[in-house]
Write a protein that binds this ligand. Structure first.
Ligand SMILES: C[S@@+](CC[C@H](N)C(=O)[O-])C[C@H]1O[C@@H](n2cnc3c(N)ncnc32)[C@H](O)[C@@H]1O
Length: 247
């Protein structure tokens, strides 16, 4: 995001921020998977698998992936033993269409379905799912507390929630400094080159810096009524995998 665009975004109302984010993800949707793979050097598939295994372990029933994008985490979840049907929800119509065609190409259309909807007002009854996930999306919702509460609301008692997210690195280590440099300089440059949307990838890199640490996010999950929240760091500390139980 240029400094001017950044100032303009900060001045927007919540409703206008939602429209801004929806338009941005609509524009990058066609290149989203390619950019994920290039920018994480393919690691995002492994991180999603870890999240899906951790959240689904030993559970049986239906699952939900919130702000599913092109559906990779929903499909990783649908591959876990015990998962019956998985729903992926996103507010951007282009993302939902890409997720649907990916599921059908993978022969998984029967187990994974996708719908348009708002993470801040999930269109499902209380306790509808045995587990609920969200990958790299909590930075992009305009009200994280409400989104996590909604995830908790639609989870059955005894079920689990997993959040996978890039988290800011506050330590002074060389690894943390290199990652900050990569996210702040390389991500916008690469994103601009490969998608033609440098501003979108500047926003994404800035959203990591301004986001909650993994420990703060665990606190947000606990405040939403989740217990035994476990925090794991992946990607040399750049990614937090948080798993909590609905008490
Ligand atoms: C960075 S992408 C992550 C997509 C996917 N979960 C993944 O792991 O790659 C963020 C997604 O959040 C979605 N999103 C942001 N705010 C949302 C909201 N309030 N309701 C539903 N989807 C939302 C965007 O449309 C976008 O697809």
């Amino acid at each position: 995001m240029t400094r001017q665009a950044e100032i303009a975004y900060e001045g927007l109302s919540k409703a206008a921020r939602v429209r801004y984010i929806a338009r941005m993800f609509g524009r990058v949707s066609g290149r989203y998977d390619l950019l994920n793979t290039v920018m994480t050097v393919g690691c995002h598939h492994g991180w999603r698998k870890e999240a899906a295994m951790a959240v689904a372990q030993g559970l049986q029933g239906d699952a939900l992936d919130v702000a599913t994008g092109t559906g990779d985490l929903a499909l990783a979840l649908a591959r876990q033993p015990g998962m019956a049907r998985v729903v992926g929800l996103d507010m951007v119509v282009e993302m939902v269409a890409l997720a649907r065609s990916k599921a059908s190409r993978a022969g998984m259309g029967e187990w994974a379905s996708f719908c348009r909807g708002d993470a801040l007002a999930l269109p499902f009854p209380d306790g509808a799912f045995v587990c609920v996930t969200s990958g790299f999306a909590m930075r992009n919702v305009v009200d994280v507390t409400r989104a996590v509460r909604e995830m908790a609301r639609v989870t059955q008692t005894g079920g689990r929630i997993a959040i996978l997210e890039f988290v800011p690195q506050k330590t002074r280590s060389l690894v943390a400094a290199s990652q900050r440099c990569y996210i702040q300089r390389m991500v916008p440059a690469l994103g601009g080159l490969l998608s033609g949307e440098r501003e979108a990838y500047s926003y994404l890199s800035r959203s990591v810096d301004g986001f909650q640490s993994a420990e703060q996010l665990a606190g947000t999950m606990e405040a939403a009524g989740l217990r035994s929240v476990r925090v794991r760091k992946l990607g040399l500390g750049a990614v937090g995998l948080l798993v909590g139980e609905k008490g």
